[in-house]
Design a protein around this ligand. Structure first.
Ligand SMILES: Cc1cc2nc3c(=O)[nH]c(=O)nc-3n(C[C@H](O)[C@H](O)[C@H](O)COP(=O)(O)O)c2cc1C
Length: 313
């Protein structure tokens, strides 16, 4: 029987499976990172790191219901040196994406320079879309001037494959303009999308919000965001240079979801909320479901349908 190949490439980095974790989902501590190394995920993405350790926002700061999640974590992470030390001492068996989330251009450049020195890091995913810093920070990905300035400077010194994680856009012109900025630089990939910012979940029985920071407002993930994330992937696929890979993220909970993302132009996918819900065995399940679905459709490689979404004329 013909083998079904779900391997992929992101900016010439080979992944044995196109399915990986999303930054922030069970990838912060030594134990969580070790579990990911031992799992069947195609790559490991770290929790977004800052220069120093951060405890993050006040709890409760994460809540999930049947079709979604809301969070306002506030970037709790162990600081870049922890992630570098972890990667230096471990036997690395898959591509490593270090997620970086500095609070300023200067901090981002500092973190990127540091990560450039570490051979075990395959690529850098710069988080330009964190929605959850109390009273502090704008979402960089909505500030087109910031993104232009960042990209203009970063490639003067960066030597690693580098991608940016974007917030969701809800207007085609925003995606077109962002793509035209990105197309000017030797960027390796984009990841879209981060949580949809400024959501609110209400408990009707207690007549209350469900998370403590920001008066209950937070980033929304999980099944309900998939149509918005898919549209971002599909539109970026049509506007970006073809050598820039897209990693799709948002609402993936089945092998068929993974298929839909690839059909819309993603070369790989990340799983957040459903990974938190289900745990490390999710990578085996999604791989199996994707392979079964491809077999039914008579596809033997993701290359055979990547970006082939049909239009109705
Ligand atoms: C608890 C939690 C923490 C997150 N932390 C980060 C983070 O540190 N960096 C980042 O780029 N995205 C972070 N995200 C966003 C996810 O990576 C992902 O983009 C988003 O949740 C949508 O995917 P999903 O629908 O599969 O959850 C976080 C999401 C959740 C739920």
């Amino acid at each position: 029987m013909k083998k079904i190949d779900i391997s992929t490439k992101i900016n010439n980095i080979k992944l044995s499976s196109c399915i990986m974790n999303a930054s922030g989902a069970l990838c912060r501590t030594e134990k969580e990172l070790s579990n990911l190394l031992d799992s069947s995920s195609g790559a490991l993405v770290t929790k977004s790191c800052t220069t120093n350790l951060r405890d993050g926002n006040k709890k409760p700061r994460y809540f999930e219901w049947n079709i979604g999640s809301i969070n306002s974590m506030g970037l709790p992470n162990l600081g870049i040196d922890f992630y570098i030390d972890f990667l230096k001492k471990k036997k690395i068996n898959k591509p490593i994406f270090l997620s970086i989330s500095g609070f300023s251009l200067k901090e981002n450049y500092f973190l990127i320079k540091k990560a450039n020195l570490i051979s075990n890091i395959s690529a850098l995913e710069i988080n330009l879309s964190c929605p959850n810093i109390v009273n502090k920070r704008e979402i960089f990905g909505y500030n087109f001037f910031y993104v232009s300035k960042f990209l203009k400077n970063v490639f003067k010194f960066n030597k690693k494959p580098l991608g940016i994680k974007l917030p969701p856009y809800f207007n085609e012109i925003h995606i077109k303009n962002m793509a035209s900025i990105i197309n000017r630089y030797p960027i390796g990939f984009i990841t879209c999308v981060n949580s949809i910012p400024n959501g609110l979940y209400v408990n009707s029985y207690t007549e209350s919000v469900v998370i403590s920071p920001n008066n209950g407002f937070g980033g929304i993930g999980g099944k309900i965001i998939k149509p918005f994330a898919l549209s971002n992937v599909s539109k970026f696929f049509s506007f970006l240079r073809k050598d820039i890979s897209i990693i799709g993220c948002g609402g993936i909970s089945s092998g068929q979801d993974v298929f839909d993302y690839i059909l819309c132009g993603a070369s790989a996918v990340q799983v957040g909320t459903q990974f938190i819900k289900e745990g490390i065995s999710i990578f085996d399940r999604l791989k199996k479901e994707l392979k079964e679905f491809l077999k039914k459709k008579n596809y033997f490689s993701i290359k055979h349908f990547l970006g082939n979404l049909k239009k109705i004329c």
